[in-house]
Design a protein around this ligand. Structure first.
Ligand SMILES: O=C(O)C(=O)C[C@]1(C(=O)O)C=C[C@@H](O)C=C1
Length: 104
């Protein structure tokens, strides 16, 4: 079956909807980046504190509580909890590498 060409109106409306979604995506990406920047400021301070007081870079009990909490939040937010877990784990691994550098 051949498709009938779409009217200019339909094509323009689709382009407008796409533009609107992309504007929201750009705004949310900026929020993510600024939020991560804020988070890393706190974890850098934690890293210095841990180095000063000879505390271990990682705290698996704390991580388990964070992951459980984030997975509940993810469910409420209609986000895949497994994705939320993997994302947090990825960030925490990066933080732990930073903490280790403070201790060298
Ligand atoms: O809370 C800490 O002790 C941290 O070092 C921060 C943080 C995190 O990024 O949230 C990182 C490493 C730990 O294993 C647990 C949590």
């Amino acid at each position: 079956m051949t498709q009938s060409p779409q009217s200019t109106d339909v094509v323009e409306r689709a382009a407008e909807v796409l533009r609107e979604h992309r504007a929201s995506i750009d705004r949310l990406d900026a929020i993510l980046v600024y939020t991560l920047g804020e988070r890393f400021k706190h974890t850098q301070a934690v890293g210095r504190l841990k180095a000063q007081h000879d505390l271990p870079p990682s705290d698996p009990d704390r991580e388990a509580r964070q992951i459980a909490r984030l997975q509940e939040l993810a469910q409420d937010a209609d986000l895949d909890p497994e994705f939320a877990r993997a994302f947090l784990q990825f960030i925490i691994q990066e933080v732990i590498q930073h903490h280790k550098k403070h201790q060298q």
